[in-house]
Design a protein around this ligand. Structure first.
Ligand code: HEC
Length: 189
């Protein structure tokens, strides 16, 4: 049973090392003038949704759960949050290129419509983060207004169509996933 003893001690050392060298959880302070709310009007119902479902990964106001301090969890959580902030950070909105931001607004609507965000794992631990159909429509109405596109324009037609077709609770049964129309409307390009 010598090998078991060895394996046990190796495991202990690895777990300790992972605990000691865990990536640190940061909430960098940012100038409020860079916050998205300084650049765009964000209605209270949208603020509430972003707070509930997005800000832990897409802002510098992350509420770190206690278990994110216990290795190996920080390796998953911290890396995911850093990755999320890199892709989109509502606290640093004003520090990024306005053209890029306009694109990101479109991405926000697309990601939530396709139920890609807030992901599968996060809502398991944060049940309030799960988006309802109404939440999704609220977000898309806001992003379209913020992009300066009138409701009922091309992009809102696309959003309405994607909303019907792509999400599980929508009318997706009418259209096959292999259909090129489905792919065009729902693929993450
Ligand atoms: C658990 C962490 C987490 C949560 C919660 C989360 N995201 Fe993300 N998000 C990520 C990560 C990581 C990425 C980058 C990798 C990827 O695209 O999958 C990302 C990418 C994105 C992108 C793509 C940005 C780009 O460059 O095109 C958008 C848009 C987005 N998220 C919107 C949202 C919105 C809106 C919510 C809330 C409804 C949300 N996310 C909630 C982690 C998260």
């Amino acid at each position: 049973m010598l090998w078991m003893k060895r394996a046990f001690w190796i495991l202990v050392v690895v777990l300790l090392a992972v605990q000691v060298f865990r990536p640190s959880r940061t909430n960098p302070t940012t100038d409020p003038k860079h916050d998205i709310s300084a650049a765009l009007s964000v209605p209270p119902d949208v603020v509430a949704i972003l707070d509930r479902s997005c800000n832990d990964c897409h802002s510098n106001r992350t509420v770190w759960p206690w278990y994110s301090n216990v290795a190996p969890v920080p390796w998953l959580v911290v890396v995911d949050v850093n990755h999320g902030r890199n892709a989109l950070n509502f606290s640093e909105w004003g520090m990024r290129n306005p053209e890029k931001n306009k694109e990101i607004l479109g991405e926000i609507c697309k990601e939530v419509t396709e139920r890609e965000m807030p992901g599968l794992m996060y809502p398991l631990m944060h049940t309030a983060a799960k988006l309802t159909d109404v939440d999704i429509q609220t977000i898309c109405r806001w992003t379209q207004a913020a992009q300066g596109r009138p409701a009922g324009g091309e992009s809102s037609k696309h959003a309405a169509r994607a909303f019907d077709v792509c999400q599980p609770s929508g009318k997706s049964n009418r259209i096959k996933r292999s259909d090129s129309n489905y792919r065009r409307t729902c693929s993450r390009s």
